[in-house]
Ligand binder design. Structure first.
Ligand code: H2B
Length: 94
């Protein structure tokens, strides 16, 4: 069972991440690519990270745009350290 982070714990961790925001109990970020193919390649690449971490993002795609939302079901849908670990890995893939 993962422990939810407090809002101030989340805000202090967000300082180290570019363009991630806390919204509706999720860590959210929008990525823009040159085209649909690059956006889909990003999704496939991040899926390997998600599987490796056994932690899975919500993903919305529209053409060249990919929106990611992270929360932890096991923590009642709140943000935990697992979401920060996956956000960091997703940024490395992008
Ligand atoms: N992904 C996310 N985002 N939150 C979780 O709590 C979660 C998950 N739990 N992926 C994992 C899988 C869990 O269901 C399995 C059984 O480890």
């Amino acid at each position: 069972m993962s422990e939810p982070l407090t809002e101030s714990e989340i805000e202090s961790r967000l300082i180290n991440l570019q363009d991630w925001r806390l919204k509706e109990d999720h860590l959210k970020k929008s990525f823009a690519f040159s085209n649909f193919r690059d956006a889909m390649a990003f999704i496939v690449r991040l899926s390997y990270e998600a599987e490796q971490q056994d932690h899975h993002p919500e993903i919305f795609n529209c053409y060249n745009r990919v929106e990611i939302a992270l929360s932890t079901h096991d923590a009642g849908g709140k943000v935990t350290e697992k979401d920060f670990a996956l956000a960091t890995a997703i940024d490395a893939v992008a």
